[in-house]
Design a protein around this ligand. Sequence first.
Ligand SMILES: [Zn+2]
Length: 506
Amino acid sequence: MRELDAHNRGAYTIQELRRMYDSIIKDIDKEIKKIFNTYKNGVQITAEEAEQLINKAAQNQIADRLSEILKDTEDPKQRLELMRKIHAQAYGARISRLEAVKLNVYAYFKEKALTEIEKTKTLYNTVIEESYYRTVHDIAKGCNVGVYFSLIPKRAVNEMLGSKWHGEQFSDRVWNNTAKVAEQSQKIITEGIMSHAGYTQMAARLAEIMETSKYNAQRLVNTQVSYFMNMAELRAYEELGIEQYKYLATLDERTCESCSPLDNKIFKVSEAVGGVNYPPMHPHCRCTTTMPTDYARRWARDPLTGKGYKIKGMSYNEWIESLTDKQKEAFDKHVVMYRNRGGDKKQYVRYTEVLGKKNVPKTFDEFQNIKYNYTNQWDDLKYYARNINGRPIEYVKIDRELEKAGIKNKGKAYPVEDIKINGWRVHAENRIKQSGISKAEALTYKKNAIAIMKRYPEPNTLCDYYSSSGVIGVKSYSGIVQTVISKDRMMNDTLVVIEVMKKWLK
Ligand SMILES: [Zn+2]
């Protein structure tokens, strides 16, 4: 079952890749037609025209295009290859039209290689996570012992994605495969032109090699899905403290020679090597592993410490009953965390978008840990996400702290913005007289404000400018000063607001 799901996903990605290769062939077709359209007879190139093609310099933006590809390429080896081509373009002599066409073909394949790597990486990521959780879950259910679900760290997933099977990372394989087809395509074009072959002939040969590359891409995806699925299972064994695994060859007429001798053999998890004693052994390998049954029967995991331990023959329910209250509580929490994984992940993405990467826990695991284990921290985070309203995070932190201090009627903190003053309410003028200050002095409160506290709904918002020496309130809609409070007339709450603002807005 596990295998089927992953391979269904794989089938979908393969379809996408096939479409991608179909579009490459259209792109290359266009390139070739460009050559033929230049020449009147259209169908066949004469020797003279071929000569012209090779000698005539072409104006093109090929170096720019290659630079674009370089931007998205991470692998140092691949970057070097691209930089060499770009360098040759920037400093080299004018290139022939044929050379330009060939470089364009090269660029098409490199662009597609990047897309292919990205698309398949997403697939493998899902395969790893699902396979990991499913294994943990299956072991819990199938072995009739309790386990708690621990999340697979992002770092472990990335490590797996970068790992090598038979000496190569999957991204290298994609890159090398496309490099091979690119080279073959270039060769077909050159030979076609040199031998004065017709357009149809070239197109037919190109279609042929494209079929091969489609098959190669498909084979690669299937093999890598199998590889990552098995790697994730291995990781789950490690995580659960399972020390041994049993190799299961798919036993039918298709079982190959390298796999059948491994069938039913038991190996140490710590000594598993992909391609040697751990599947897949070869492309299209359908072998899997399982944990030895007698081992499963005497194995459990402490929900509090996470350590595996051996138990005497116990049913799942008996095992649950043997737990202390604290262990049970931890167990239940882990079950909830596991079940809510999907929703929590979406929430994590949303919080990251709203609050910015810097202001949320670095990893999803940390995020879930805070959500289920640290109520205060979680309540703050939830408050920030709901109330930030596009402001820099410091301002929502001011709101939160004031709320916690019991100050609720002072409004919400915002960055200082300028409002043109259009007049003064009598009340405000009286306050100035009582405080023995001038209008000019009251206006310095606005000029030196640390932040604004906004009250009342938009657009008729009251904006209170808070400065260390006083507060001035202006209606944003009319620009009329509503109130003025000089420093010596400030109430305790106002002083707290200023203190909190200073704390967060240094
Ligand atoms: Zn096999």
